[in-house]
Design a protein around this ligand. Structure first.
Ligand code: DHE
Length: 515
């Protein structure tokens, strides 16, 4: 069989312990596209961290039949079914050790677009702040939409498996897109061109922009690190190896910008700590409440250096992730996955202050907030229960729960809209979108524009006049609704559109959108 023909150089790079049949199969058939070390090359990394969604026999099916809209061919004519099973199991096996992904290695991955020329002004007639970036995961592109006319201004290829929201510089000119394989792409929205890309991590979660737009932080599962890049030239400014107070290292679940604090906040997957990293060069590492907390031994408040990138640890009782922040960024709610509760952390004094009973996997990162009868509330969907929880964020009580047609993933609103839009992402009703009155907390309309097709994720234009919804299918579309009448006014075909992001709403941290 073909698998017996194998280059010695490839085998030499495979650990001896792994040089059984599947390693040979890998080196023969996969390494040329996915890298000798399984960390990805032309194709994505083939490691458990990247293959979570291909459990059971799904990975075997991809190896056998290939993947549409990609360069992945089917191998069923070349590899026997038994060998495919073995190969799939091998790919789900962790690497023998966490790969080194240091500044030198990251810098080597930099790819600068030779055709990029920085323009002096926007090269289009659209309102540069009312532009949408739409991520199309079906064929790995972004489309850039004019938020007034809804014309597609440009369509650009992205790295594979883009996840999370693109982040924008504060002037709205540049956007950064990240893939689960750690690639970060810089795009100039004035010229609609890619500027450069580089691989900041091996398996990454999301990115966050610093308040001044000078730095971009990349949260990594592999290695256990936070990579901070200069947004100007994408050079590495700092890598934090994420190691807890007790010496245990941790994956970074996510990194968020906290604009009022001029810092990054890190959710850590494996250790009971939250990190705050200053992004203000003049940052004073002594935060409000620090002295009080230090007396109680609650905040270690170490600044790894004073000023820029000073790092502070906040200890919590168990690892928390998926953060919702109050609009003033004094408090966050994190999900404690082991105990079905939401935990409120006061970031100023650096300690947990309240607990919320939140079962069914609340998706706090999708939470949004608004004024309800003179009180500030937030609402969150639940990934495993057909409800939305509405929480009073002054007294930290669950005000009510709204029953839905199934568990949802995303929620959206806008300051100028009386409605909250909440999708149903799982189950037989994943083709509907609920529209909820912000003041009665009742579902006033349930949209089902294309029965049987997943409808999810909403974003408003800058004035809140239109709501854009994804028909989340390979032959999908962006459905544009009048945000007052709730009537569909336009439909744009797209390839499995996931999130869409309005520049103005993002850079102004609109209450109704994700941050
Ligand atoms: Fe996401 C945002 C984590 C699965 C689509 N998702 C985020 C963010 C985090 C996160 C931390 C915030 C990042 C940001 O924008 O800066 N997502 C997770 C998970 O832990 C989870 C549940 C499991 C995982 O596989 O990582 C998960 N996410 C998914 C999906 O299965 C989705 C539906 C499809 C996909 O593309 O992977 C998905 N996540 C998204 C989208 C956003 C996102 C579209 C941006 C939302 C926004 O409006 O900002």
């Amino acid at each position: 069989m073909i698998r017996r023909i194998i280059s010695l150089s490839l085998l030499a790079l495979t650990p001896l312990s792994a040089q059984g049949e599947p390693a040979v199969l890998y080196a023969t058939h996969c390494a040329v596209c996915h890298g000798d070390d399984r960390l990805g090359s032309l194709g994505p990394a083939l490691i458990p961290e990247s293959l979570r969604r291909l459990k059971g026999d799904k990975l075997e099916a991809v190896i056998a039949q290939g993947r549409i809209s990609t360069q992945m061919p089917g191998f069923d004519a070349q590899i026997s079914a038994e060998d495919i099973t073995e190969l799939a199991a091998y790919l789900h096996t962790p690497l023998p050790e966490i790969p080194v992904w240091n500044a030198e290695r990251i810098a080597e991955t930099l790819e600068v677009n030779p055709d990029y020329v920085a323009p002096d002004a926007p090269q289009h007639d659209a309102d540069p702040l009312n532009i949408f970036v739409v991520v199309e995961t079906g064929d790995h592109h972004i489309s850039v939409l004019d938020g007034d006319t809804f014309d597609v201004l440009a369509r650009l290829p992205t790295p594979l498996a883009v996840h999370g929201g693109p982040k924008f510089t504060p002037d709205g000119r540049f956007t950064f897109v990240m893939s689960r394989d750690g690639w970060v792409q810089k795009i100039d929205l004035w010229s609609m061109q890619e500027v450069a890309r580089l691989r900041a991590g091996v398996n990454s979660r999301n990115i966050a922009m610093s308040k001044d737009g000078k730095y971009l932080a990349v949260a990594n599962y592999l290695p256990h690190s936070l990579t901070i890049l200069s947004t100007a030239d994408m050079s590495v400014e700092r890598i934090f190896d994420v190691v807890g107070k007790d010496g245990e290292s941790s994956r970074v679940s996510a990194v968020y910008q906290a604009p009022q604090r001029d810092s990054f906040i890190l959710a850590l997957k494996d250790i009971p700590e939250i990190w705050e990293v200053a992004t203000d060069p003049k940052a004073d590492p002594v935060y409000e409440g620090f002295v009080h907390s230090r007396e109680k031994g609650m905040v270690e408040a170490i600044a790894s250096s004073e000023g820029l990138f000073a790092r502070r640890r906040i200890e919590v009782t168990e690892p928390l992730d998926d953060f919702f922040f109050t609009p003033d960024y004094r408090f966050l709610i994190g999900a404690a996955r082991e105990s079905d509760r939401g935990v409120v952390v006061n970031l100023n004094v650096g300690r947990e202050t309240h607990e919320l009973p939140l079962s069914g996997l609340p998706h706090l990162g999708s939470g949004i907030s608004w004024e309800y009868q003179g009180r500030r509330v937030m609402a969150t969907p639940h990934l495993r229960e057909a409800k939305l929880s509405v929480i009073d964020i002054q007294n930290w009580e669950v005000l009510t729960q709204i029953d839905t047609d199934g568990p949802g993933f995303f929620m959206r609103s806008h300051e100028n809209s009386p409605y909250v839009w909440a999708d149903v992402f799982f189950g037989p009703n994943r083709d509907v979108m609920h529209v909820i009155d912000k003041q009665t907390l009742e579902i006033v309309k349930t949209l089902r524009p294309v029965p049987g097709k997943t409808l999810a994720h909403v974003e408003f234009d800058r004035e809140g006049r239109h709501a854009l919804v994804s028909l989340w299918e390979d032959d999908g579309a962006i459905l544009i609704y009048d945000a007052q009448t709730l009537e569909e006014v336009k439909r744009l075909p797209m390839s499995k559109p996931s999130g869409k992001y309005n520049v103005f709403n993002k850079i102004t941290f609109s209450d109704g959108t994700s941050h």
